[in-house]
Design a protein around this ligand. Structure first.
Ligand SMILES: [Zn+2]
Length: 331
């Protein structure tokens, strides 16, 4: 049965195949996201060696793929459905696009799944314009689109789990499927070979969509940090005390965090610290704290920034975090 055969591990996978596969997804090799046993990711600031990609495809480790290159280009758009009805829509979209001879790739996950559209390398801005316009054309409503940033400002930006690896938390490996639900290829090895040389969205279609897609607006959930308003700065200057007390007085957790995490009107958003599908992250504007209901923790601005720095692969010690926040907030 094809579905079972697709679960077989590719034992004889070589570095060249792994590298070709990685090249389809990975825009930079100077650092990489690594999934931990609890499903969260850490940013590893060292070279993504081919052996690591082999280990990913064999299921020993699980890597993420950053969406943007250091030059802010993208060679794919990934639409992330976290609800089963959205996933059904993505399968429908894949079918519709195929009729226009526009290739796309469906990768199911635990509940929803990803629709991958490989592009000739374009700016992150145009990649997002294209992805958003596809979502609009097919009436997808609010849905996550990677790259999440148009340009990189704080760290390497958004990433998606590199497909065909094992999810560390569920232990499952998800393979690509056709819109009708059959495996895209019978074995993982054949899937790797297919994805190592993905069919890209034709230039003519890309240009057509971009010709009517709205001009870029910055929807980035991680914009450049805006300095606290003068009134707030005036406020902290009246606050005596330790640097950490002054940092907490300089800006509310809500105002700080929303510059890094897209929050809805209820102050909820997708947790930046784990592979979140359910808006587990919340900020209480009144209570002045953040919390992840999936167990990533919670607390003050300082707790948030320590975790954020850890995720970016930066020094997450209390001392370094305080110094960084003081530079940003206390000016
Ligand atoms: Zn979390």
């Amino acid at each position: 049965m094809p579905r079972e055969r697709a679960e077989h591990l590719p034992s004889e996978l070589d570095q060249n195949t792994a590298l070709a596969y990685a090249a389809a997804f990975v825009p930079r090799y100077d650092q990489y996201p690594l999934q931990l046993a609890d499903g969260t990711y850490t940013a590893v600031k060292s070279t993504l060696h081919p052996d690591l990609v082999v280990a990913h495809l064999k299921g020993f480790i699980t890597l993420g793929a950053y969406a943007l290159s250091p030059e802010n280009t993208a060679s794919w758009v990934c639409i992330d459905a976290d609800l089963s009805d959205q996933w059904d829509r993505l399968r429908h979209i894949s079918t519709s696009l195929a009729k226009k001879e526009v290739p796309s790739y469906l990768e199911p996950s635990r509940r929803g799944g990803h629709l991958w559209l490989f592009l000739p390398p374009i700016s992150g801005q145009d990649a997002r314009r294209f992805g958003r316009q596809i979502a609009t054309n097919f009436k997808l409503g609010k849905i996550e689109i990677y790259p999440k940033q148009e340009v990189l400002r704080t760290g390497p930006g958004s990433f998606v789990r590199l497909p065909l690896g094992k999810h560390r938390l569920t232990g499952r490996r998800y393979h690509f499927i056709t819109p009708s639900g059959e495996p895209l290829a019978p074995t993982i090895r054949e899937q790797i070979a297919l994805l190592a040389n993905p069919e890209r969205v034709p230039n003519a279609y890309l240009e057509k969509v971009l010709s009517y897609a709205p001009k870029a607006r910055d929807h980035s959930p991680t914009p450049a940090f805006k300095p606290a308003k003068p009134s707030r700065r005036g406020k902290w200057q009246r606050v005596a005390g330790t640097p950490s007390e002054r940092i907490k007085a300089a800006i509310s957790v809500h105002d700080f965090v929303r510059q890094y995490v897209e929050l809805d009107a209820q102050g909820r958003g997708y947790c930046p610290f784990h592979d979140d599908e359910h808006k587990s992250f919340g900020v209480s504007e009144d209570g002045n704290y953040w919390n992840c209901f999936a167990g990533c923790g919670g607390g003050s601005i300082i707790d948030f920034w320590m975790k954020w720095r850890a995720r970016q692969g930066e020094n997450d010690s209390f001392k370094s975090t305080i110094k960084d926040l003081a530079d940003r907030l206390l000016g």
